[in-house]
Design a protein around this ligand. Sequence first.
Ligand SMILES: Cc1cc2nc3c(=O)[nH]c(=O)nc-3n(C[C@H](O)[C@H](O)[C@H](O)COP(=O)(O)OP(=O)(O)OC[C@H]3O[C@@H](n4cnc5c(N)ncnc54)[C@H](O)[C@@H]3O)c2cc1C
Length: 496
Amino acid sequence: MIVKKDKEEIENYFRDASNFFGSADAVYFPVNAEEIAEVIRDANRNKFHVTVSGARTGLTGGAAPEGGVILSLEKMNKIIQIDRDEKFTIVQPGVFLRDLQNEVERSGLFYPPDPTERDSFLGGNAATNASGAKTFKYGPTRNFVEETKVVLPDGETATLKRGNYTAQNTVLTFPTDSGKEVQIKIPEVYIPRSTKNAAGYYLRKGMDAIDLFIGAEGTLGVITEIKLKLINPPEKILSAVIFFNNTENTLDFIEHARNESYKTRKSKGKNGLDARGLEFFDNGALKFLYESYPAIPTDAKAAVWFEAELNSENEDLITDKWFDTIETFHGDVERSWFAIDKKDREKFKDFRHAVSANVADYISSKGLRKVGTDTAVEDKFFKEYYYYSVKLAQSSGINFIVYGHAGNSHLHLNFLPKDKAEFEQAKLLYKDLCARAVKFNGTVSAEHGIGKIKREYFLMMYGEEAVRKMAKIKKTLDKNLILNTGNIFEERFLRD
Ligand SMILES: Cc1cc2nc3c(=O)[nH]c(=O)nc-3n(C[C@H](O)[C@H](O)[C@H](O)COP(=O)(O)OP(=O)(O)OC[C@H]3O[C@@H](n4cnc5c(N)ncnc54)[C@H](O)[C@@H]3O)c2cc1C
């Protein structure tokens, strides 16, 4: 196995896209699960930390090491199989999402989870239960993971196939590949009513063992192979960026489109509105894009990017319905952008990605860390939460922008502090926004996870007792606290 120790050579592995920095003594580049297990067994014997590194596009410091060694999974980058008939793919964890999406498309199938950052790894996506614009219709990565192989924190391996090991009420039992039995007590904890949640472990009575590892941010095991469900692609897709000259109308349009989409899905109707993604951009987010996208109307107050799946039978009917809806809510039909072909659709995707990327660049240029919410609330509180957040941010005088996955009532309010003082002030407001999201039956993290920089908000969301119960699961599987320790839990919850 390749091992690198030269500081200059490995420094890049000390941080992720959140700009949270750690340090480590070495980076290991395993090529298979056995090599990973070897490192982990060594870490248990010699008591050093192991941090798993994917593509390091994470936004919470999850892949930033706290001493010890880094396991970079970049050499485990093979798409092992794409089965067109049975509609699945098997991948190693270091495959880029972008590469998988392209390969799957070439094979005539479709993998719906689409976190905005396509230069992330599938292993990272599974470890964070990543989601994206299409999560509004298809759910997060979790919904597509059928089987995983994991190296557990004691060096044992396990193969978890969905449906094979489900909890008997609150007791979850599964075997390792060597036949050892692992037993976990599932605690009862707060379950948000938002349609997304990436904060802490997935815990439900009767749950599937596979779900414990998806979204666990590498704290319970290293994901070494993933089998993902694929589906047939839609025949046609309508994609549009609609500009509005009034925020109220924009939010009403979103609420209407969301409710209609739910109705259509519930009734299994084929001719109703059914957005697969509903993304919001406020005026500040649009301004951020003026330079690269001069066709944005400069008087637009907000915009919505939506996509809907069509077929040759309902194409005209559905397109008309969308136009009627846009007109009802006073969208600027004349100057909005519509795409049917793939090339234009990709441009809209890049448009969405450019906002997140530009924010990251801006923050890096100031040498600061991002202060941006990843909160989601119960749908019925979406507008109230939006106005609360904007009012609070405006009253601070700090520049900010809002954009994100409005279909899931999940927006990113990103402060753009100009200096350290504003950065500190923004952090206080951020805390307030997290608390308010929880009050609105939501979550402090809908998709990025907790990592090392959101532990305080995680604690606020669940409370000490529940966090202790979750930490007990970590301690059951990782007695020596070797693997990705530092993510999700503050040390005090693991030590006592
Ligand atoms: C511009 C931008 C846009 C983004 N948009 C989205 C978005 O729309 N939706 C979204 O969900 N996220 C988004 N993200 C965040 C990020 O892309 C996701 O969290 C992604 O899933 C991380 O994958 P990665 O391979 O980069 O993982 P890393 O950042 O390397 O790691 C993330 C965490 O997972 C652990 N990990 C990685 N691989 C494994 C493994 N094989 N086994 C066990 N643990 C592992 C790491 O230790 C770490 O704790 C965005 C990030 C950026 C920079």
